[in-house]
Design a protein around this ligand. Structure first.
Ligand code: GTP
Ligand code: MG
Length: 457
């Protein structure tokens, strides 16, 4: 596959499909104004930039709709090309007719994300900002929105660019020496050089380290509730959600299948999965299947809430569940120990450090549990609007850059560091960082990014 042609004119509906009060059709490209003029009346021959006009849409002289039309003269448009935005009534018939008229008069239907792709190719935004536009549209919580808008405004790009500027300077220092066959330039100050390289590497690594929490902010934090049978896992889920999502009973083994529900906690999305207890002695086929599903959920979770029943003594099932959960969980996953049923007389030694006492019945301790779950997310946003790495692509690029820079640092510790090799590490780090803003991103990357956009964006 190849990237679509960027020299022609594209048209698409920018609003969601289906009927609505209003819909927006966008036409962008060199023939955008002439295409629109051919079906708008009175035909706007020299349209004013960014001014709204009420015009008639006509198909062979027949009135289709009256629409508000705004003309943006390139490069002062979203895409950078001449663009027309037509706000018409949101009838599928009107929309279809308008798009047909645009196509008959010189436009072609746009591919997904093609308007934003053009904006990127025309230098209106860099790749990280273009990706953030997609995330902004998809953001469902305050946290995801904040991460996306910060990135769309260019904060991540600024941070990356500041690292890159430093590296370009280092590379220039090396290249000057490599070209300097008459040895006119004083030798490289290795210590200062290594210090700057190391600081840049740390910056890249620190941006990358926010990724796990950043991904949680964008996609929602995956939290699994596990624990011995009857410890109150389902009751806890219901109490957290504030409604009866899961069945609860005094019988052990009530929950078999995994059960999901999401909750917005202080602007962050949390996806809870209630599971069957990891009772390895489970007899029935159904129970075993339930355990398999629980294990799978644990293995991909960002955090695991381990529930124990405070009203009974520690059981072997408690201990087995804890070992199993620790074995299955991702290394990065947080384990949160919860002593439930704290409204009943306790049969346990005091809650150990990091353990939370709660009662699904009375709701006590739940605010603390919620706060513990989103603590990481909060930490990232503590210092105001800062760049958060939410994309696996950016994370990989930053990690690559950090790795190259740490190799460079190690190299500079040698007695006579080979400058050619040092330059190679610098170039590799610069390439990795450049792929984030798009300067060094190959076509396949662009393609895979923009195909996930909706048509019309
Ligand atoms: N007093 C009291 N009872 C609770 C509390 N939480 C749960 N229970 C009771 O404990 C029993 C088991 O609750 P469930 O929520 O079904 O427990 P579970 O861990 O989901 O059980 P399984 O799905 O069978 O593994 C029910 O009778 C609940 O009413 C609590 O905080 N206090
Ligand atoms: Mg249950």
């Amino acid at each position: 596959m190849k990237l679509p042609d960027t020299t022609d004119t594209i048209a698409a509906q920018a609003t969601p499909p289906g009927a609505g009060a209003l819909a927006i059709i966008r036409i962008s490209g060199p023939a955008a104004f002439s295409a629109a003029a051919s079906f708008l009346s009175p035909a706007p021959l020299r349209p004013e930039h960014a001014a709204a006009r009420l015009l008639s849409v006509k198909d062979k002289g027949v009135l289709i709709d009256r629409a508000v039309v705004v003309f943006f003269r390139g490069p002062a448009s979203y895409t950078g090309d001449d663009t027309v935005e037509i706000t018409c009534h949101g009838s599928p018939y009107i929309i279809r007719t308008l798009l047909n008229l645009a196509v008959k008069n010189g436009a072609r239907p746009a591919e997904p994300g093609e308007f934003t792709l053009r904006a990127f190719l025309n230098g209106k935004m860099d790749l990280a900002q273009a990706e953030a536009v997609g995330e902004l549209i998809a953001a469902g919580t305050a946290g995801a929105h904040r991460a996306a808008i910060t990135q769309a405004e260019g904060r991540l790009s600024e941070e990356i660019n500041s690292i890159r500027t430093g590296l370009v300077r280092l590379l220039a220092q090396i290249e000057a020496r490599l070209d300097d066959s008459y040895e006119e330039i004083p030798p490289l100050e290795i210590k200062a050089f290594a210090r700057t390289a190391s600081a840049s590497g740390k910056k890249a690594a620190s941006l990358a380290s926010g990724f796990e929490a950043g991904r949680g902010i964008r996609e929602g934090l995956k939290v699994v509730i596990t624990g011995a049978p009857n410890s109150g896992k389902s009751s806890l889920l219901n109490a957290l959600l504030g409604y009866d999502r899961a069945m609860v009973s005094r019988q052990a083994g009530t929950t078999r299948d995994t059960l999901e529900a999401s909750l917005d906690i202080d602007g962050f999305s949390v996806l809870f999965t209630d599971t069957a207890g990891l009772n390895t002695r489970a007899a029935s086929v159904l129970e075993r299947e339930g355990i398999k599903r629980a294990e799978k959920a644990i293995s991909i979770a960002d955090a695991i809430v381990l529930v124990k029943d405070a009203s009974i003594k520690e059981t072997s099932s408690d201990r087995r569940t804890e070992t199993e959960a620790a074995r299955l969980a991702l290394k990065s996953a947080r384990l949160i120990r919860v002593l439930n049923k704290s409204d009943l007389p306790s049969k346990r030694a005091l809650c150990s450090a990091g353990c939370l006492k709660v009662s699904a019945k009375t709701g006590s301790g739940l605010p603390g549990l919620k706060a513990a779950l989103i603590a990481e997310q909060r930490k990232i946003f503590r210092d105001g609007a800062q760049a958060v790495v939410t994309s696996a692509r950016h994370f990989a690029a930053l990690s690559d850059a950090a790795r190259e820079l740490s190799r460079l640092e190690a190299l500079m510790k040698k007695k006579k560091p080979p400058l050619e090799l040092a330059a190679e590490h610098l170039r590799a780090a610069l390439d990795a960082l450049g792929s984030i803003s798009g300067e060094t991103a190959p076509e396949e990357i662009l393609e895979s990014i923009f195909k996930n956009f909706c048509v019309g964006k």
